[in-house]
Ligand binder design. Structure first.
Ligand code: C2E
Ligand code: MG
Ligand code: MG
Ligand code: MG
Length: 287
């Protein structure tokens, strides 16, 4: 009886794995075409200053849309495939070029710091630092308008190599933040050695902070830790007014989430900014 069950579960597991493998191949093939056909787009999600309600920064987020403008796959599905297949190298290069061009455009109208997500393979690629240098040369003076986001787990793969790449990024004049902070495994002793500017508190902590005392304590502790290390803080995934107030009361500097806005196309972002500064801001202003 139990042997048969075991056999079935192994069989089930294998066929499930085959299914995942087939899905990966499908995404990989389609992604190759999507890159060539320019089917990818960067969206931008604003981050609000929690003290004065102003918006001076955003995060760029990759979107793969179908003809009707609906997501074909979510980044959570296709970024890992891009990472595994190596497609993340051309894709990541396109993301950097597009985000730099957008930041450079905004800068001439309404300065906006644009944060760009980096993947592990991209960060470790031999052409990554030269690419950043080429973009810096192409857009002189762009440095204060660019922030790069790297995840905690990425940095822990090879700490000394990570530190030297981070230092090179900082030496070029770009800001660096640690994304999804609290979900990785970095030890506090490393944290103080990382040449970073900001911690982004993962959405999973923010989600429950207003009904779970422990999550609230955790967020508060992360913010205090950041402050004592001289780092700025951003909370991601802020969806409710209660979460906003809780974060303001513990001095989280920046707020990102659906409460402010969903990620928007560059055009919608411009419209959002225009209406935000025509009074809608008051609804969100800190209490
Ligand atoms: P992330 O960098 O942590 O980005 C934040 C994610 O949270 C985004 O998901 C964003 O749409 C979502 N989000 C923001 N506010 C809220 C909220 O209030 N509620 C909820 N439920 N979600 C919220 P998205 O766009 O699906 O991206 C997922 C992940 O994919 C990103 O997580 C990032 O790790 C990766 N990614 C996205 N764009 C890029 C890119 O250009 N390059 C690389 N390497 N990775 C990217
Ligand atoms: Mg991010
Ligand atoms: Mg994040
Ligand atoms: Mg996240």
């Amino acid at each position: 009886e139990s042997r048969r069950e075991e056999g079935n579960s192994v069989h089930f597991y294998n066929s499930q794995l085959q299914g995942i493998h087939a899905q990966h191949l499908k995404i990989e093939t389609e992604l190759r075409q999507a890159i060539n056909n320019n089917e990818l787009e960067l969206f931008y999600q604003p981050k609000m200053d929690s003290h004065n309600g102003e918006i001076h920064s955003c995060e760029s987020l990759l979107r793969w849309l179908n003809d009707e403008g609906r997501p074909r796959y979510s980044p959570v599905e296709f970024i890992p495939v891009a990472e595994q297949s190596g497609l993340i190298i051309p894709l990541g290069e396109w993301v950097l070029e597009t985000a730099f061009a957008q930041a450079n455009h905004w800068r001439q109208h309404q300065p906006m710091v644009t944060a760009i997500n980096l993947s592990q393979r991209q960060f470790q690629h031999h052409d990554f630092l030269p690419l950043l240098q080429r973009l810096k040369d192409k857009y002189p003076g762009i440095e204060p308008f660019i922030e790069l986001e790297i995840t905690e787990s990425l940095l822990m793969q090879d700490v000394s190599c990570s530190i030297s790449t981070m230092q090179a990024i900082k030496d070029m004049g770009f800001a660096l933040s640690i994304d999804d902070f609290g979900t990785g495994y970095s030890s506090l002793s490393y944290l103080k050695e990382f040449p970073i500017d900001k911690l982004k508190i993962d959405r999973s902590f923010v989600m429950d902070m207003t009904n779970n005392k422990e999550d609230q304590m955790l967020v508060e502790t992360i913010i205090q830790l950041a402050h004592s290390l001289g780092l700025a803080t951003v909370a991601e995934g802020v969806e409710t007014q209660d979460q906003l107030q809780a974060l303001q009361s513990i001095h989280c500097a920046e707020i990102q989430g659906y409460l402010i806005s969903r990620p928007l196309s560059a055009q919608d972002y411009a419209e959002f900014m225009a209406s935000y500064y025509q009074g809608q801001q008051s609804q969100l202003k800190p209490v």
